[in-house]
Ligand binder design. Structure first.
Ligand SMILES: Nc1ncnc2c1ncn2[C@@H]1O[C@H](COP(=O)(O)OP(=O)(O)OP(=O)(O)O)[C@@H](O)[C@H]1O
Ligand SMILES: [Mg+2]
Length: 244
C-alpha cells in the first residue's frame, strides 16, 4: 500500500507544481512507482510540465463521473520510467468532492508507492479535495512573510481534517536575496514563523524551471534536482542532512 501526500501552500505561485513534478521524478528515479494527481481543476499545469499534454484524452473528472476507468486516464510521463499523471479536470466546476477524492486516493495507493496530490492555490474547495485524499502533507513556502503566514494557516486547516504533522519545504531559496531583504535573521526564523517543521530547502534554479516548462527532465546534477532528490530520500525514511 502506497502513501498519499498533498503538496500545498495556501499562497499561489510558490512552486507546488514544480516541487510535485521534481519530487515525482526523483522518486521514480529511485525505482518507485509514482502517480502525480493534478488537483488544480480548470488551471491544470502538470500535463504540460510532464510532457503528456498532446496525448491527453481523459482526466480526473472522467474517472469520477464514470466515463473512464482510472487506468484510461493515467498517462506515463516523458523521460521518466515509473512516473505517471492523472490530469486535472479541464473545468473548475468538475473537481471531485473531498469524500470522492479520499476514496479515489485509497484505490490509487494500491497501485503506486507514492500518490502526490498537487493542490491548487488557496484554501477553498480544490484545496480541501486535494487534502482529503492525503495521508500527509508538504507545505511549500518561499521565505517571505506573506507566504510564511499562509503556510501557518494551511497547517491549521490540514490538522482540522486530520492531516497531521505537515512538513515545510522552502522553495526558490536565493541566499543573496534572502540576506539582502533582512526580513528574517535566518532560516530558523522562517521555520518558527510558519510553525511547520522543516523537511527541505529547494534553491532557486532556472534550469529546473526551464526544463519543466518544456515538459522535459531537469539536469540531475542541477541544484534544484539535487535538493529534490534529498527530499525524496527523506520521504523514503533516510536521514539526510538539509544542505543549502
Ligand atoms: N526552485 C525554483 N527555481 C526557479 N523557478 C521556480 C522554482 N520553483 C518554481 N519556480 C517557478 O515559479 C513559477 C511558479 O511555479 P509553480 O507553477 O510550480 O507554482 P504553483 O505553486 O504550483 O503555482 P499555482 O499556485 O498557480 O498552482 C513557475 O514559473 C516556476 O517555473
Ligand atoms: Mg500549481
Amino acid at each position: 500500500m502506497g502513501v498519499s501526500t498533498v503538496i500545498t501552500s495556501g499562497k499561489g505561485g510558490v512552486g507546488k507544481s514544480t516541487v510535485s513534478v521534481g519530487l515525482g521524478r526523483a522518486l521514480a528515479q529511485k525505482g518507485r512507482r509514482v502517480l502525480l494527481v493534478d488537483c488544480d481543476a480548470g488551471l491544470r499545469s502538470l500535463d504540460r510540465m510532464t510532457g503528456v499534454e498532446e496525448s491527453l484524452v481523459f482526466d480526473l473528472a472522467d474517472v469520477v463521473e464514470g466515463r473512464a476507468a482510472p487506468a484510461d486516464a493515467i498517462y506515463p510521463c516523458a523521460e521518466a520510467t515509473g512516473l505517471y499523471l492523472l490530469p486535472a479536470p479541464s473545468s473548475g466546476e468538475r473537481m471531485a468532492s473531498p469524500q470522492v477524492m479520499r476514496r479515489l486516493a485509497e484505490l490509487l495507493k494500491r497501485y503506486y508507492d507514492y500518490v502526490l496530490l498537487d493542490s491548487p492555490a488557496g484554501v477553498g474547495d480544490g484545496f480541501r479535495s486535494a487534502a482529503y485524499g492525503a495521508d500527509r502533507a508538504l507545505v511549500i513556502c518561499s521565505p517571505d512573510p506573506v507566504c510564511v503566514r499562509s503556510a501557518n494557516a494551511v497547517k491549521g486547516l490540514l490538522e482540522e481534517i486530520s492531516v497531521l504533522e505537515p512538513r515545510l519545504v522552502i522553495n526558490r531559496f536565493n541566499g543573496d536575496f534572502f540576506w539582502e531583504t533582512g526580513v528574517y535573521s535566518d532560516l530558523d526564523s522562517v521555520i518558527d514563523a510558519s510553525g511547520v517543521q522543516l523537511f527541505g530547502v529547494v534553491p532557486e534554479d532556472f534550469s529546473l524551471a526551464a526544463a519543466f516548462l518544456k515538459g522535459k527532465k531537469a539536469p540531475e546534477r542541477s541544484s534544484g534536482m539535487m535538493a529534490l532528490a534529498r527530499i525524496a530520500e527523506r520521504l523514503e525514511g533516510a536521514s539526510v542532512p538539509i544542505a543549502l
